[in-house]
Design a protein around this ligand. Structure first.
Ligand code: ATP
Ligand code: MG
Length: 356
C-alpha cells in the first residue's frame, strides 16, 4: 500500500527546504518505495488562500495521510493578524487535531561541525541527546487563558499550566521506551520546588518508572538543566519534559550542535502517525534567497521513515548521505567556516541527492 504523505511547505524558507526534502524522497520513490504526496497550505500561506491558518482542506489532507511533512510557518507580514488567525495558531491546531503529543528532538553533533558549536569541541564531541517534549498540554493549551481587566481595574494576562495524569503517563512511556533503545538513562525535567503542575509530573514519572526497572531515572529542575546543558551536555542521554520547558531546552540544545538548520524533529501520536518538521522557524530574514540549510528538513524525512514507516534502512541511508556531504566539505551559510565549500540550499540538495 502506498505511503500517503501530506506535504505542507508553509511560509518563509518553508517552500525552499521542502523542495529539497522532496527530491530526497523522489530518489526513494524512483527506486520503488511506493509513496504519494499531497500538498496543502498551513500557516500564513493558508491564511492567504483560505483566510485560516489550518483550513478544512488541510485538515482533510492531514487526517487522511500516514505522515505529514512540514516546512515552517510564520512571518512578520502576519504579526498584526488577530491572534486566532496567526500562522503559529495553525501549528498548534494541527498538533492538537492529530493528537501529536510526543515531540522528539535529537541534538546530535556531527563531528565535521565541532567548530560550529557554541561550546568547546571537547565539551561537545560525540554529543547525542534526545529531548522528548510533551506537545499538546501545559501552559500552551491550559484553560482559562487570556487578557482581562481584574476587579481592581488593573489589566493582566494569564495562562494555566495543567497536566492530567494520562497526559503525563503517555509521554513518560514514550520517553522510557526511547531510553530503553539507547543508553537506558532518562532525565525528567521539572520545577517541582515551585510549580504544583510539575511536582505532579514528577510523581507520575516516578510511578511509570516502575515498569522500566532497567532505566536509570534522574530528575532535574529546569533552571539547573538549562545550566547543565551548557556546562556538561554529555551527561544527558534522553530528557523528558513538558511543553514549555521542552520548547526552551530543545532550542538551547540545538545551539550545542552548531546550527538550528541541522536539527530535525518528529511529533508522534498514539498510532505512529507523525508530523515531521525542522526544529527551526521560517527564517524570514533569509527567505526566498536560496540560502537556507535544508539538512534539518532532510533529517526529518529520515525520522519519518524510521518512526512512521519502520524503514530503518532508508532512514540510515539518508543520514549517511548527509554525513558524506558534510565530510566532503559542503556547507550552507549557517554552518560555513573558512576552508569549506559554501553552497546554496538547492546545491546542498544536489549534493545529498548525489550522495544517496
Ligand atoms: P519561530 O518563531 O518560527 O521559531 P524564529 O524567528 O524564532 O521563528 P527561526 O525562523 O528559526 O526563528 O530563525 C532564527 C535564526 O536562525 C534566523 O536568523 C534564521 O535565519 C536562522 N535559521 C533558521 N533556520 C535556518 C536554516 N534552515 N538555515 C539557515 N539559517 C536558519
Ligand atoms: Mg523560535
Amino acid at each position: 500500500m502506498a505511503l500517503n504523505i501530506a506535504v505542507l511547505p508553509g511560509d518563509g524558507i518553508g517552500p525552499e527546504i521542502i523542495a529539497q526534502a522532496l527530491r530526497v524522497l523522489e530518489v526513494l520513490k524512483n527506486e520503488g518505495l511506493d509513496m504519494t504526496f499531497t500538498e496543502a497550505p498551513l500557516g500564513g500561506q493558508a491564511y492567504d488562500q483560505f483566510g485560516h491558518p489550518y483550513p478544512e482542506f488541510t485538515q482533510e489532507v492531514c487526517r487522511k495521510a500516514d505522515a505529514v511533512l512540514l516546512g515552517a510557518v510564520g512571518g512578520p507580514q502576519y504579526d498584526n493578524l488577530d491572534r486566532p488567525l496567526r500562522p503559529e495558531r495553525g501549528l498548534l491546531a494541527i498538533r492538537k487535531d492529530l493528537g501529536l503529543f510526543a515531540n522528539l528532538r535529537p541534538a546530535v553533533l556531527f563531528p565535521e561541525l565541532a567548530n560550529a558549536s557554541t561550546l568547546k569541541p571537547e565539551v561537545v564531541a560525540g554529543l547525542d541527546i534526545m529531548i522528548v517534549r510533551e506537545l499538546t498540554g501545559d501552559v500552551y493549551f491550559g484553560q482559562p487563558r487570556g487578557m482581562r481587566t481584574n476587579e481592581q481595574g488593573v489589566r493582566e494576562g494569564f495562562n494555566t499550566m495543567i497536566y492530567s495524569e494520562p497526559e503525563v503517563r503517555r509521554i513518560a512511556h514514550v520517553a522510557f521506551q526511547i531510553a530503553m533503545k539507547r543508553q537506558k538513562k532518562l532525565c525528567s525535567v521539572d520545577k517541582a520546588n515551585v510549580l504544583e503542575t510539575t511536582e505532579f509530573w514528577k510523581e507520575i514519572v516516578i510511578d511509570v518508572a516502575k515498569e522500566y526497572p532497567e532505566v536509570e531515572l534522574s530528575h532535574m529542575y529546569v533552571d539547573n538543566a538549562a545550566m547543565q546543558l551548557i556546562r556538561n551536555p554529555k551527561q544527558f542521554d534522553v530528557m523528558v519534559t513538558g511543553n514549555i520547558f521542552g520548547d526552551i531546552l530543545s532550542d538551547e540544545a540545538s545551539m550545542l550542535t552548531g546550527s538550528i538548520g541541522m536539527l530535525a524533529s518528529a511529533s508522534l501520536n498514539e498510532s505512529k502517525k507523525g508530523l515531521y518538521e525542522p526544529s527551526h522557524g521560517s527564517a524570514p530574514d533569509i527567505a526566498g534567497k536560496n540560502l537556507a540549510n535544508p539538512i534539518a528538513t532532510i533529517l526529518s524525512v529520515a525520522m519519518m521513515l524510521r518512526y512512521s514507516f519502520d524503514n530503518e534502512a532508508a532512514a540510515t541511508r539518508i543520514e549517511n548521505a548527509v554525513k558524506k556531504v558534510l565530510a566532503a566539505g559542503y556547507r550552507t551559510g549557517d554552518i560555513y567556516e573558512a576552508g569549506t565549500k559554501k553552497v546554496s540550499c538547492s546545491e546542498m540538495g544536489d549534493q545529498i541527492v548525489a550522495a544517496l
